[in-house]
Design a protein around this ligand. Structure first.
Ligand SMILES: [Zn+2]
Length: 400
């Protein structure tokens, strides 16, 4: 199978990578996004064994519109797609890492980690450790990973919440909306703890969107991710399930973050951010609650691109959001003399979330004292501990 196809990608191989990508040397510059992929010319050389063929497969969205056409390879009746398909159809920020020694291929797709092994038909979806059995194995063709058809029809729906079916007469993969939201199958441990509620933590920003940055180069996106991972660990120690909307430096749209929260039917959504001010004197933590009747938030950069005019589902959870805000305020208040402010304003980024939700500003990166706190690992651990304890207290008290 390895020698069936020759991919004439050499002119592309030497071009610089156009986005931040944690890829291995081998693949760094091979695939460069949808437009360049269209130029990729794949041809067949005489197969040494088996029946290698190329086949154009269309990816069609829920409205029947064409997303992309991909040159797939067929071997003995099985269809395989180049890894680039994921980037051209689903997520331009896809990153991947291949370790040739262990033959392990790790993909970071839309905040989810997918662990595959060349020659294996089992895919593991992290952080839930959900195992998904594909019909055939992940394969290398000329050193490049190829994914079997069932990766798209079986695994992708687990991530995107849409059904995907292969229409062989039209040679297309069709996505359709599900009748009801389906949820990821829990792993064994989660299954045992099914009574437990799921907390969604959203580390603000990521990827090219660094968020605020202090004069010393401390970036908001790094602080929020670090804190989120600490809170997750400390919550898990309390047997509370936590889903992070991103687990690496990926750049997710607000709608994608909301979709993750909805998909997992969270009991509480916590978005983590750091503040910035023109005045270096302004400091302290703030807790924001989405309240349509509150004052408009003045800092326009806080509002990400979400349709502000859609019906607010979040309002139904205002009282519970206030309840958890108070608990967090109390716990964080113990850590310093600064008063932790609670503010209520219409927050577009929280409005589509159908569960109690808060936006937590962890401090001002523009303030030296706050910056030093957030830079200090011990302090971050203490802050994460206070938040995890508050979450535990809220879940125990609330009847969600
Ligand atoms: Zn932010």
């Amino acid at each position: 199978m390895k020698k069936l196809l020759k991919l004439t990608l050499s002119p592309l191989r030497n071009q610089p990578k156009n986005n931040t990508c944690h890829t291995s040397q081998n693949y760094r510059s091979i695939w460069l996004g949808r437009s360049r992929f269209a130029l990729c010319f794949i041809y067949l050389i005489l197969p040494l064994s088996g029946q290698g063929q190329l086949k154009s497969i269309r990816f069609v969205d829920t409205n029947g519109a064409l997303i992309s056409t991909v040159d797939a390879a067929t071997f003995q009746g099985e269809i395989y797609f180049p890894l680039e398909t994921l980037r051209s159809v689903f997520d331009t920020n896809l990153t991947h890492k291949y370790a040739s020694l262990t033959r392990q291929l790790v993909l970071n797709l839309r905040g989810k980690q997918i662990v595959l092994r060349i020659g294996s038909s089992v895919a593991t979806l992290q952080p839930q450790a959900t195992e998904i059995k594909l019909d055939t194995t992940v394969t290398l063709v000329n050193g490049d990973p190829y994914l079997p058809l069932t990766f798209f029809t079986r695994l992708i729906p687990q991530i995107y919440g849409h059904q995907a079916t292969f229409n062989s007469s039209l040679a297309q993969i069709e996505f359709s909306k599900r009748q009801q939201v389906q949820h990821l199958q829990p792993d064994r441990q989660q299954y045992q703890n099914r009574q437990q509620k799921v907390v969604i933590i959203n580390p603000g920003h990521g990827g090219n969107d660094t968020g605020g940055e202090s004069l010393n180069g401390i970036r908001e996106k790094d602080i929020t991710l670090d804190l989120a991972k600490r809170i997750r660990r400390l919550c898990q120690e309390q047997k509370i399930s936590v889903i992070l909307t991103r687990i690496d430096d990926s750049d997710l749209r607000p709608s994608q973050r909301i979709q993750i929260a909805t998909q997992h039917q969270g009991s509480f959504f916590l978005s983590l951010h750091c503040n910035m001010s023109f005045s270096t004197a302004v400091s302290g933590m703030e807790i924001w609650i989405n309240n349509l009747k509150g004052q408009m938030r003045t800092q326009s950069q806080k509002v990400e691109k979400v349709d502000i005019f859609r019906p607010l589902l979040q309002d139904d959870y205002l009282e519970q959001s206030r309840q958890v805000a108070k608990i967090i305020q109390g716990r964080l208040g113990l850590l310093s003399n600064d008063v932790v402010q609670i503010r209520e304003n219409p927050l577009a980024i929280l409005s589509g979330i159908y569960m109690p939700a808060l936006l937590l500003e962890l401090g001002y990166l523009s303030n030296l004292k706050d910056e030093a706190k957030l830079q200090n690992e011990k302090t971050r651990e203490t802050i994460a501990g206070a938040i995890a304890d508050a979450i535990g207290q809220f879940l125990e008290q609330s009847e969600l």
